[in-house]
Every structure is written in structure tokens, then in C-alpha cells.
Write a protein that binds this ligand. Structure first.
Ligand code: PEP
Ligand code: MN
Length: 337
């Protein structure tokens, strides 16, 4: 349920309304937007008489939110959520945030080299899997603790916050120095993991499951947010369709649709979705044009010899061209708006 307040509400009346709602076991969230101030209520709102609240002097209107996701809902929080990171980096503030790095951290030389190259090309956040979630238990599982140490060191050296995937909550203490935790597509519905991540105060990149709807994704975000962590970033990375030329089918409509229904930032991963380096740039351009808040792109100094996902990783020169073109598209769209 949301309570839309009139302009400049009497502070005393507002405080007593909030107190009364809390006494009814409601969690109350205050959201001050450009044109409206809203109280978002979470809890068993069937207990609350909306007409009674609507009759108050300070209240403009009362609406029930039909969608099952509340905290992730734009109705609940009309303004865009902006995620603040070290080094003044922001996601969701209208800029185009570029996250790049190898599929997996493979060695000290590889991650330091990649970090410097992607930074020079315009990326602001460094990615790299350390605990790899693989389809086969016999495939490379990541450098694990050593990978985290290397990723963090390479990020520090280049002034870049770092992101790596967490698939087991038991690994969370090992990731204390990681700035952003990623939930992979396979774990989007791992509710135990999501709830635990809701109790930590790091931003979470939540990737869409390959067979999940927008509502499924937003409900997973809700799991994290329901435990107190509102720093969630949604990531579209392709869905399963009958097409098998690409790894998955990038769903461009997800970008505007998710942004309509949620205030959370939306990133696009053109690497995982296509699984093909030759399609990464055009998909990144399309995602930028569709209004994505950023891109997460796999880059490797020598993709042919990459331990994992060589086919989808870009060479640094190709990445540089992608960033340049995406920035041009992004500025053109901002000028129009
Ligand atoms: C990744 O980003 O490296 C990854 C494994 O992606 P996804 O979880 O989307 O498959
Ligand atoms: Mn990968």
C-alpha cells in the first residue's frame, strides 16, 4: 500500500500517522520524489483501513500495490535508485556504467593486464569470476581465495571497484574485500542465498535466470530487499528460446519494461547472452539505445587461450571500440531526452 502525501504536510500529523502505522506492525518507507512524497507500507495491509487514511488532511490518496513485489516497485519509490560505489562511481544516475573484465580470474598477469586495459578503454568497474559456477563439475572451478586476492589487488591498482559471483553463502566471509557481489543466472531463485545477501550491505548484481520472467526477477530482488539491502542492480543476460545460434536470446525489451516497473538500475550482459564475441558490440549498442544503466562485458587479453568462455570474450581493442560507440549512442539519447 502507498500513501501519497499532500505538498508540505504538517510534520506533527505526519509523525503521528507514521507512529500509528508502526503500531499496526507496518514497516514504513519514506520516499521523497520530485513531484510527490510517498509513504510505502509493507506488512499485512489488510489490517489497514485505506479510506480512514485517505481522509486525513495531509493525505492526497491511498493506493494498494497489486504487484507482489513492493520494495522493488516503482510505485513504492518513484525516483530511480542510484548505487554509490568507491571512487565516486555511480550506477543508475543517468550515466552509462561500464563493467568489464575476464570471464574468470586466471592468473596474476592476466587480471592485472586486463584491469589496466579495460580501465584505459573506459570501464569503471572490474569483473572476474573467482568461484566459478560451471555446468560441469569437471570444468575449471576458479582460483577461489587466490582469485579474490588477485581481483581485489588489480582493482586497487587501477582505482576500480570489483565484482565477483557468489554462489554459496559459506563463501561470503572470503569476499569481505569485494565491493559488489553477483548472483548468477543459475542462482536467481536460490532464496536462501538471496535472503543472506539481503543482510549484507554490499550492492548486489542480480542476474536474470534464463527461464525467468520479469516478475520472477523482481521477486528475487524483493527477497534481497525484504531483508534490508536495497542496493540491488538487475542484469538482463538473455533467456532460453528455440534459437541455438546464440548462447541465449538477449531480451532487449527487459530494459524498458523493468525500468517502467522498478526503480532499480538495469544492466545488460551482451557477452553471456550471445556467447559470441562478434555479436557483443551490436548487442551492447542496442542495450545502450534501449536505456540500460550500464553494460557488463567480458574482455580477455588473449581470448583464444582463455581458460573459460574464450568465444565470447572481447579483445581489448574491440572493447575500446565498443565503449566509444556506446558512449556516442548514450550521449545522443540523453540530448534527445
Ligand atoms: C558470468 O557473468 O560470468 C556468468 C556466469 O553469467 P550468468 O550467471 O549470467 O550465466
Ligand atoms: Mn563468464
Amino acid at each position: 500500500m502507498i500513501v501519497v502525501l499532500k505538498e508540505n504536510p504538517d510534520q506533527e500529523q505526519l509523525n503521528s500517522l507514521i507512529e500509528w502505522l508502526k503500531s499496526k506492525n507496518m514497516e514504513v518507507f519514506f520516499s521523497e520524489g520530485k513531484s510527490q512524497t510517498i509513504l510505502g507500507l509493507v506488512g499485512d495491509t489488510t489490517q489497514i483501513d485505506g479510506d480512514l487514511i485517505a481522509a486525513l488532511d495531509i493525505v492526497e490518496s491511498v493506493r494498494r500495490i497489486q504487484e507482489p513485489y513492493k520494495k522493488a516497485n516503482r510505485k513504492f519509490h518513484p525516483a530511480d535508485t542510484v548505487i554509490e560505489l568507491p571512487n565516486g562511481i555511480r550506477i543508475g544516475d543517468g550515466s552509462l556504467t561500464i563493467i568489464a573484465g575476464p570471464s574468470a580470474v586466471e592468473s596474476e598477469e592476466q587480471i592485472f593486464k586486463t584491469a589496466a586495459l579495460v580501465k584505459a578503454a573506459g570501464a569503471s568497474i572490474l569483473r572476474g569470476a573467482t568461484f566459478k559456477a560451471r555446468t560441469s563439475p569437471y570444468s575449471f572451478q576458479g582460483l577461489r581465495e587466490e582469485g579474490i586476492r588477485l581481483l581485489v589487488a588489480a582493482g586497487k591498482e587501477n582505482g576500480m571497484p570489483v565484482v565477483t559471483e557468489i554462489s554459496d553463502i559459506q563463501d561470503i566471509d572470503k569476499m569481505a574485500d569485494i565491493d559488489i557481489l553477483q548472483v548468477g543466472a543459475r542462482n536467481m531463485k536460490n532464496y536462501a542465498l538471496l535472503k543472506e545477501l539481503g543482510r549484507c550491505d554490499k550492492p548486489i548484481f542480480l542476474k536474470r535466470g534464463d527461464s525467468s520472467t520479469y516478475e520472477d526477477l523482481l521477486m528475487s530482488a524483493e527477497y534481497i530487499m525484504s531483508k534490508g539491502n536495497s542496493k540491488v542492480v538487475l542484469v538482463e543476460r538473455g533467456i532460453r528460446t528455440f534459437e541455438n545460434y546464440t548462447n541465449d536470446t538477449l531480451d532487449i525489451a527487459a530494459v524498458p519494461a523493468l525500468k517502467q516497473h522498478s526503480h532499480l538500475p538495469v544492466l545488460v550482459d551482451p557477452s553471456r547472452s550471445s556467447g559470441r564475441a562478434d555479436l557483443v558490440e551490436p548487442l551492447a549498442l542496442a542495450a545502450t539505445a534501449a536505456g540500460a544503466d550500464g553494460l557488463t562485458v567480458e574482455v580477455h587479453p588473449d581470448p583464444q587461450h582463455a581458460v573459460t568462455d574464450g568465444r565470447q570474450q572481447l579483445r581489448p581493442e574491440a572493447f575500446q571500440s565498443l565503449v566509444r560507440k556506446c558512449r556516442t549512442i548514450h550521449s545522443a539519447i540523453k540530448e534527445e531526452n
